[in-house]
Ligand binder design. Sequence first.
Ligand SMILES: C[S@@+](CC[C@H](N)C(=O)[O-])C[C@H]1O[C@@H](n2cnc3c(N)ncnc32)[C@H](O)[C@@H]1O
Length: 328
Amino acid sequence: MAAATIERIGEHLFVNADCVRGAAAHLADGSVDLIVTDPPYGIEGDRLDRHYNRDERFVDEGYVEIEARKYASFSRAWIAQAERVLKPGGQLYVVSGYTNLYDVLGALRKTSLREINHLIWKYNFGVYTSSKFVSSHYHILYYAKPGGRRRFNLQARFALDETNADGRSLNYRDREDVWNINREYKPGQRKNKNELPKALLKKILAYSSKEGDVVCDFFLGGGSTAAVVIGMNRRFIGFEISERTFRSRIPDLREIVAGSLLETAPEPHVVRNRGKSWSAAELEQLDGRFKELHASGATRAAIIATLSAELERGAWAIRKRLRSARNF
Ligand SMILES: C[S@@+](CC[C@H](N)C(=O)[O-])C[C@H]1O[C@@H](n2cnc3c(N)ncnc32)[C@H](O)[C@@H]1O
């Protein structure tokens, strides 16, 4: 067997090989913090364009599918490697269609990995059908390896007391197990079949990892996971069996600037003054800034968010004060 091609981009490692062999050769037991991966779904490739009603000219031709009859044994093989390489407490997110979902679930149940959530990702532009319901979701199977502390950044994207204009908790809503995230529309650009949107990957990484963590993707494809991992300052290792796909994506990945996505990934909101009584100076500041913001035409939600950040108090506390002082 020919040696696998390996590309290094800084501290990130890309291996052009079957993931089962690649993981055996390149990943030590208990060396990975997080695996985020999207295996082929075992659907005949030439049906995918009809499924997604799209122009196939720009879709990468290197895509390697798994034969349906081998799907169960292949799932067991790669998921056994995933279990081995994860650290205790390490986590695995697998994106799966419904067609061969039972094989993926069956393989997961043969391991020590524990189910944390069965998420549903609802996307736009579902698979058009006229004689049955339109399919517009994927499953995301969120598992963890027992024996260590699992990282879950509770306030990764919204503070516990952040609310929308209707007073509903943004944190709660963000942590519901049905995610509405649109696919990326990339007219005229090269893409992998089933490319994952960056918003979805950023959400997973924000909740389940920290900067410097080792994050692995067993099925690189178009490299969206790799791009977000590098952009969020984690360390990447991944595998892709198709030489054509591998070669076509490496140049783009070289262009990703480490940490470049961190600015757009909101940091946990600091609420330093939570629970402290209000001083006269703070109340004056609240009143003065409220008048300014209101006069500028800012929305109610924007006013609360701005005051919350400036006064380092939760949105709920700001709203309560404004309500009692000005019936806001
Ligand atoms: C669903 S795609 C991944 C898409 C990727 N998440 C993205 O956003 O672009 C699955 C990829 O796995 C690759 N693949 C198939 N069998 C493989 C194997 N045994 N080892 C590694 N990669 C494999 C396919 O060629 C394809 O590029």
